[in-house]
Design a protein around this ligand. Structure first.
Ligand code: SF4
Length: 414
């Protein structure tokens, strides 16, 4: 048998997104900077994925995201082992697998990058779920560091004047907290610049996602899951603006050259909920084999979904509303409206919902949203039961059969 490497498939090579290399380089640099923060005298804050990161950037604090780490753990297929370890520490299997994986990693520096850098403080915003409150309390006790809780009331239908005042006051308290831990004052001009860059980054990310309105789509939701990392972790920096400017240009070139994410795109689908990190490649190949492209998703668009509430001239004032009205902190009717708007915008033929055992706020309303979609748009909806990190909740043969049956329904409708 020859040991010579197989020649690259030119078709596959043509479809590869070139910016991937740059993204890996930026993320490697980011984690090296965070892990060497103690030597360089910089402070590190762990922060929830939906948390207001811009004041941290303005104070030159390195934000670190346990949820981004959780995604890496899932993609590296280390999730089940770490979740089991957390369960042996006394945490229930029903607890979010990001939380379990992170809690299990902390005492042993576990995971694909040998643990996260030790935090100097924790910032927890409950706009994504209530789980993060207890999770961050556990970690604050473990590391013996201060915790700031940014409390955003649930916005069932509206953002009341009381809610606005209540959250706005916390923005000031948050800045006081940071100034106390960092023992320095916030530079107002720098904060203004970070707010401008954050908004610019969000606009560019939305523009990248919107390139999939083109038929065929130059990228898929699976690509978006990967390229999302920067708008989550480094929002408010020039790095994000430069990266998405280049990615957008690459997508436009792909459209001009008719390079699509899926060869012979016939079906266009919308994905709901977090990715199944350990099965993204499998799912992407499975759908591509049916000539189906996941053209958009509710997850990656959440990091640009509330920029309509932001005002560059008053970033700190308007971020109270923007951080309160994110996708997971609004009522089911509004969520369904958002999903329907995406079906229309991206001309989706069907919706694939990941019923995620870990993420209750994302999964509980899905049956209602499914009913509303079918009533308003007559679009088939597939529900896949799984978990974003814990592989024990994924049954391959069952998911395989359900996707085949769903695609048959779509074929019969064409
Ligand atoms: S429960 Fe959902 S929103 Fe909360 S941390 Fe887990 S994945 Fe994120």
């Amino acid at each position: 048998m020859s040991n010579e490497p197989k020649p690259a498939d030119p078709e596959k090579e043509k479809r590869k997104i070139k910016s991937v290399g740059k993204m890996k380089e930026i993320m490697t640099g980011y984690y090296i900077e965070a892990k060497t923060a103690e030597q360089t005298g910089k402070k590190v804050a762990w922060i929830t994925s939906g948390g207001p990161v811009e004041p941290l950037i303005a104070m030159d604090v390195i934000p670190v995201y346990p949820e981004n780490h959780g995604a890496m753990i899932g993609a590296s297929k280390m999730g089940s082992d770490l979740c089991e370890k957390a369960e042996s520490m006394g945490y229930a299997r029903d607890l979010c697998s990001y939380a379990r994986a992170d809690i299990a990693c902390a005492p042993i520096n576990g995971g694909p990058i040998g643990g996260l850098p030790k935090p100097d403080m924790l910032v927890c915003c409950n706009n994504i779920c209530g789980t993060v409150l207890k999770w961050y309390q556990v970690q604050a006790r473990h590391f013996g560091v201060p915790l700031f809780i940014f409390d955003t009331p649930f916005c069932h239908t509206e953002f009341s004047a009381e809610a606005r005042r209540y959250v706005r006051r916390q923005v000031d308290e948050y800045i006081e907290f940071l100034e106390g831990v960092c023992a320095s004052k916030m530079d107002v001009d720098r904060m203004h610049q970070v707010g401008r860059l954050s908004l610019e980054g969000q606009r560019l990310w939305q523009a990248v996602l919107d390139t999939t309105m083109h038929k065929p789509a130059p990228m898929s939701a699976f690509d978006a899951f990967f390229h999302l990392a920067l708008i989550v972790t480094l929002r408010g920096t020039q790095t994000v603006v430069d990266y998405y400017t280049a990615l957008l240009a690459e997508m436009k070139t792909r459209i001009e050259n008719r390079i699509s994410a899926v060869p012979k795109e016939t079906y266009r689908l919308l994905w709901d909920n977090l990715p199944i990190w350990y099965r993204t490649r499998w799912l992407s190949e499975k759908f591509a084999a049916h000539e189906a492209c996941l053209v958009a998703d509710t997850y990656t668009s959440a990091w640009c979904g509330t920029m309509k509430y932001l005002d560059e001239a008053d970033f700190l004032g308007t971020m109270a509303e923007a951080y309160s009205r994110i996708y997971l902190n609004i009522g089911v009717d509004e969520m369904a409206r958002d999903v329907i708007a995406m079906i229309d915008k991206y001309a989706a033929d069907g919706v694939v919902m990941h019923s995620n055992r870990s993420c209750k706020p994302y999964s509980f309303g899905q049956y209602d949203i499914k009913k509303i979609i079918q009533r308003e748009r007559d679009v088939p909806v597939l529900l896949i039961e799984a978990d974003m990190v814990d592989e024990r909740s994924f049954a391959e043969s069952q998911v395989d059969t359900r996707i085949d049956a769903f695609m048959e329904v779509l074929e019969n409708r064409k």
